[in-house]
Ligand binder design. Structure first.
Ligand code: XMP
Length: 311
């Protein structure tokens, strides 16, 4: 049966109203299609009983915080930015293991939200969890940042109850809802970006310097691959260093991996056959424009056996 956006909106709005029941709710917005649709549904349901925040964790892309807040305002969401960059960096300092990093991110994310909810007097947290987030976490692939009950955490420990209007939907349905709700294409067609952001695209220990390298490399990959219309295209920073030559001298620098994948719902994906001249151009730009990088490699692995992200 085709997905019916109108009746979904109607029942989601009713469900949110009956749960919130006149109290305040907080929406955690990242600017991605899932959390924006969830917040817009909540706004429809409870109007000015909804508060919305954007958490700047320090792992966002180039200029992303400013641009996202502007975009969300254009969707009718009056979002406040919470600058939690230092708290997040402190939480992941010294961690090398992917799951440890995810765990520290999740804990900090909900600690910050719990603090904001308490200050505002909000009892509910609206978030854009979708079915694949839960399936992959429950299936043991990885623990997504926004999944709590499935990893044995009671959200009430952070001081709120969660409302997840999209928990049974997949990406194409959420995009259909975004279009139905009249959200701009920058939201409805937006490329997925993981909740923990650039944190999980820096392998091993994360430092502000490494995040800045992957941020600049990501900007270049996104600029150069936009016309390909891929499901996701990004850069990741591998662990270790390799030898290169810059201005005739031997250098020892970082290795950046480029990943461009096609997918429908992120549960499987195919590495795109990116035209070789474009790959060479991206590699040249990264080496020239991002200090500290000595090599660029292209990842040809599908999902499975790989995952889309590196951690
Ligand atoms: P993987 O790497 O598991 O990714 O193949 C599948 C999809 O999920 C995104 N992803 C995340 N999204 N929180 C999110 O909101 C997370 O912790 C997370 N981890 C991965 C990933 O970008 C891809 O679209």
């Amino acid at each position: 049966m085709p997905f019916d956006s109108a009746s979904f909106v109607e029942s989601a709005v009713r469900e949110i109203q009956s749960k919130v029941n006149g109290q305040l709710a907080l929406a955690a917005c990242s600017g991605g299609v899932d959390s924006t649709v969830a917040a817009v549904l909540a706004k429809r349901a409870i109007g000015d009983k909804l508060r919305a925040v954007y958490i700047d964790d320090g792992f966002r892309r180039f200029k992303e915080p400013e641009e996202t807040v502007k975009l969300l305002k254009s969707c009718g969401l009056d979002v406040e930015t919470v600058d939690a960059r230092e708290e997040f960096y402190a939480a992941v300092r010294g961690l090398r293991d992917a799951e440890e990093k995810r765990k520290a991110f999740r804990h900090t994310f909900y600690t910050v939200l719990g603090r904001v909810a308490k200050a505002l007097g909000a009892r509910f947290l609206v978030q854009g969890t979708i079915a694949p987030d839960v399936i992959e976490t429950a299936g043991g692939v990885k623990t997504q940042h926004n999944v709590l009950a499935q990893v044995g955490v009671d959200p009430r420990a952070y001081g709120f109850e969660v409302i997840e209007p999209l928990r049974e939907l997949y990406k194409p349905q959420v995009r259909a809802l975004a279009r139905y709700l009249g959200l701009p294409a920058e939201i409805s067609e937006k490329m997925p970006f993981p909740g923990p952001g650039l944190l999980i695209r820096v392998l091993g220990e994360v430092t502000p310097e490494k995040v800045e390298i992957v941020r600049q490399a990501t900007r270049i990959v996104e600029e150069e691959t936009r016309a390909l219309g891929a499901f996701q295209a990004f850069a990741a920073l591998l662990e270790g260093k390799a030898t290169g030559i810059k201005q005739g001298r031997r250098v020892y620098g970082y290795i950046v991996a480029i990943r461009v994948v096609d997918s429908a719902e992120a549960l499987t994906a195919t590495a795109r056959e990116v035209p070789y001249p474009l790959l060479k151009r991206i590699a040249r730009r990264i080496i020239e424009e991002v200090p500290g990088v000595a090599r660029v490699v292209y990842d040809v692995t599908d999902k499975p056996p790989a995952t889309i992200e590196y951690e």
